[in-house]
Ligand binder design. Sequence first.
Ligand SMILES: Nc1ncnc2c1ncn2[C@@H]1O[C@H](COP(=O)(O)OP(=O)(O)OP(=O)(O)O)[C@@H](O)[C@H]1O
Ligand SMILES: [K+]
Ligand SMILES: [Mg+2]
Length: 678
Amino acid sequence: MSKHPPKEIALFAPAVVGPALGQSFAKLNPLRLARNPVIFVTALVAVLTTVLAIRDGVIAAPNFVVGAQVAAWLWATVLFANFAEAVAEGRGKARADAFRATRAAAKAKVLLGVGELFEFKDAELLEPGDVIIVESGETIPTDGEVIEGIASVDESAITGESAPVIRESGGDRSAVTGGTRVVSDWIKVKVTSRPGETFLDRMIALVEGAKRQKTPNEIALDILLAGLTLVFLFVVVTLPAFASWSGTEVPVVYLAALFVTLIPTTIGGLLSAIGIAGMDRLVKANVIAKSGRAVEAAGDVDSLLIDKTGTITFGNRMADAFEPLPGVAERELAEAAFLASLADDTPEGKSIVELAQKRFGFSPDSTEAVTFIPFSAHTRMSGVDLAGGGVVRKGASDAMLRLAGGVAPVELDAIIRRIAATGGTPLVVVRDRTLLGVVHLKDIVKPGIRERFAELRRMGIRTIMITGDNPLTAAAIAAEAGVDDFLAEATPEKKLELIRREQAEGKLVAMCGDGSNDAPALAQADIGVAMNSGTPAAKEAGNLIDLDSDPTKLIEVVLVGKQLLISRGALTTFSVANDVAKYFAILPALFVTAYPGLGVLDVMDLGTPQSAILSAIIFNALIIVLLIPLALKGVRYAPASASQLLKRNLLIYGLGGLIVPFVGIKAVDIVVDLLHLA
Ligand SMILES: Nc1ncnc2c1ncn2[C@@H]1O[C@H](COP(=O)(O)OP(=O)(O)OP(=O)(O)O)[C@@H](O)[C@H]1O
Ligand SMILES: [K+]
Ligand SMILES: [Mg+2]
């Protein structure tokens, strides 16, 4: 049964915390520490203070007791930062382990190309191009494309969704994933993945964060934090000169403590945990991100391109009626539509065949030898060339009018308008350049979609519906769904062009899609969400994959991205603001003998200079641990404009960051005093 990873992994689940504690020490490896400049510098200072403490111990200097404690707390600071990252990674690892357990070490039935003859082969030895047969009850051994047959497939091992899905040849539901199970019927599958490179393999690596790269934003923030560190280094190394000029001598360990409290250790320690947690939140929403960059970009998206059919509408467009032009019998129209759909394995084509059979009892075998012209999103039509020279086509009205070489007769126009006004798709049927009439394909706007678009508008995101349908149908659906704009009669080229145009205006564009036709647009978009049910080409081109194949998921992806950016901003603000209190703690402690006037800075009225320094360094370490839950869960986010959010966060995290340490350091100082630590 389903071993899908649990959705909720408790923040400090023992299975995560245990290994994370070990990892905190493993991450002391200088090569790993060096990835994080602020924490690396903190570790260097910890080494320095440790050496000084040993020296002071040997010569029994009076500074020893405080110095040794400072060194210990500096190591704790580094370990806490490592722990934050390890906990964030641990949640991903726990999910990856659950996925790993579903990997089947099955035997595959490889067809030999002669009838139904097959031989058994180890699943790990399957090569792209092999054709396998998978029958009811069997696990699909690797990724592939259905080339024959139709089956319901239980994908719960990967998606956690228990309802089986249909997988069939042709169309956009032909991709199957290794590790899922056929629950009825059979399918012939052409293998598309190399051993070890299946979707499940890659998903495990992504969820685990094994190849996590820093995003450009993270690198930029790292550079900024490193710059701040350098500035404070300069400040601190010049202090002894001032001090000696005024006749005070400041012990090096105090300077070291001051330095570490001043540099942005809080955000430095939590930065990578915030990024990992963002990707983990997406996994929880059943979306796999191929890069952290895609998640961040989602948070900044300006325009959202959304397919009409199947995304805004339910998309199982079904033929509902044959509407002939005056002078054409309904049966004649139905027969032409039937012929033009015989080899059309799109849902639209199949439904036309069904309707024609139901109404007029046509049978597929009675047809003359024919050449089939499959549907393509470029031509927006499909049909047959009959052996006797007849040409039958059905398709979008503009395409059919071009084919028939004329303008629409008023009667045709009236039918098209009537169908389009209800949001239906009119398919015009032409036989030998004669317009016969229209097939009415029905579609329904999904309930609740309007509210979701309203939510996006509140976030300042523009929604654009794209469809291959005619402008009238598009306008009807657009109005009903409440999108901001639409592009009708779209071909894959026009989609691509629209994305490029938006990007040229400096906008960040997101889109989702499932068909091979969508692959170029998915690749061009800044955020391309591919449906898991889609074609392998689409999944390859997207930078996010939605395991539930729910196109409205884009909205959640945007929310997670926004929350990631806002969490990082809020914690950076907090981190910088939070250092201010430390000047008030440490500066008076260092210089109050030389400059008694500095005593006014000691607003916290701390016990002794030593306890002040120790309290500041202890608080500086503890705040990292205290903020881990916030870094992992993310700052609360409700749709609002950027300026509202900025105001709110400056108030909470800026002001909070200023005030909290005054209270915190004072509290630690009281404890330090009580325990006579300094
Ligand atoms: N099987 C088919 N045979 C002939 N014409 C079709 C068929 N399916 C769709 N069409 C016509 O081609 C047009 C384009 O179809 P396409 O699938 O590219 O876009 P769409 O489904 O209308 O919109 P979306 O981009 O939202 O999926 C349709 O609007 C319809 O008029
Ligand atoms: K600090
Ligand atoms: Mg379509």
